[in-house]
Design a binder for this molecule. Structure first.
Ligand code: SD4
Length: 325
């Protein structure tokens, strides 16, 4: 069954405080005994195995940064996920190229783009953040750096992905428009026991993209952003639309100014559709998490859902509110 056929819209996601984060320092939250709102792990799509991995680590007292990295690595290694890491669909010329980024609670960030033959680009992104003075490495240089850091090369083009690509080549209708169902990038936000937020996003990008194309997912501010004073956001869908509105940065700024994660995600989607008359042809979806553990999500088209791990409980298929049936 197609995902959009069985996902029901259930309205506003998450429950919790509606006050601005700035009004709730950690101390006040403690006094109000509201620290039970975290730890929380939340991710785009139904990546329950990933949120479980991160959520359990968080419950065990691991940092948001370690948990978010290990969480998204589950999908990077999942051969059935044809939009992330190993098993990812190639570009139109048959190259699997992956993009990823990670942000730590202290505002540091690392990213890799157009990286080939590395199963866990998020871990290379973390090395860029921790071992270099830079934020982003691309292509050959990123691969060279990964190898220097001890990563092993691996062929990421699986038999199934190659077969699907060859079938696509037969009709080769190149439309750089994302189908509503054919994307499964993982963006994840983790809020640890100390109340710190970290975020990661990893993808092989649009299937059969033009060789060299990079989307929103590895771009700080577009596919992902966080401010540990406020909260974080991640995006999935048509990267070009997310890049043009710097969607995740926008959401965090809107939350800073008082919006709930839900309101902020909706406003970011509305900004995109105001400037994109063809918005019915593509999907954009966001998930946001604030410092109180409140989650929001909104998308253009019905059919986007997310997964979370909270208070020892893992839930997936949480439907985002949407604009369009
Ligand atoms: C991209 N945003 O490269 C990604 C695609 C995506 O699930 O979300 N795929 O544009």
């Amino acid at each position: 069954m197609k995902r959009r056929n069985f996902i029901k819209n259930t309205g506003i996601a998450g429950a919790g405080l509606s006050a601005t984060p700035s009004l709730f320092s950690k101390t006040i939250l403690n006094e109000l005994n509201m620290t039970q709102q975290y730890p929380v792990a939340v991710a785009t799509w139904n990546f329950q195995n990933a949120t479980k991995m991160a959520g359990k680590m968080l419950e065990n007292g691991k940092s948001a940064l370690d948990s978010v990295e290990k969480g998204v690595m589950v999908e990077e290694a999942n051969l059935k996920n044809t939009t992330v890491g190993n098993g990812g669909a190639p570009d139109r010329d048959g190259n699997v190229t992956v993009d990823a980024c990670i942000m730590s609670p202290d505002g540091d960030a690392g990213a890799v783009v157009y990286l080939k033959e590395i199963e866990h680009p998020v871990s290379v992104a973390r090395k860029v953040m921790e071992e270099t003075p830079h934020v982003m490495l691309a292509g050959e240089g990123a691969l060279q750096f990964a190898i220097q850091q001890g990563f092993q090369k691996k062929n990421l083009l699986t038999e199934d992905s190659e077969k699907a690509w060859k079938e696509w080549l037969e009709h080769k209708e190149y439309k750089p428009i994302i189908n509503i169902e054919n994307h499964d990038t993982i963006g994840m936000l983790c809020l640890d026991k100390k109340g710190d937020i970290a975020a990661a996003c990893t993808t092989s990008g649009l299937s059969y993209k033009i060789n060299g194309r990079v989307g929103d997912s590895p771009l700080i501010g577009a596919g992902l952003f966080l401010d540990n004073e406020v909260g974080g956001a991640v995006g999935t869908g048509m990267g070009e639309a997310i890049m043009k509105s710097v969607g995740s940065f926008l959401i965090v700024e809107l939350m800073r100014n008082g919006m709930s994660p839900q309101e902020a995600c909706k406003e970011a989607v509305m900004r995109t559709i105001r400037t994109a008359p063809n918005y019915k042809d593509f999907q954009v979806a966001y998930v946001a998490l604030n410092k109180q553990g409140e989650i929001g999500s909104y998308c253009i088209h019905k059919g986007f859902s997310y997964a979370k791990f909270h208070k020892g409980e893992s839930t997936d298929n949480l439907s985002a509110s949407y604009l369009n049936e």
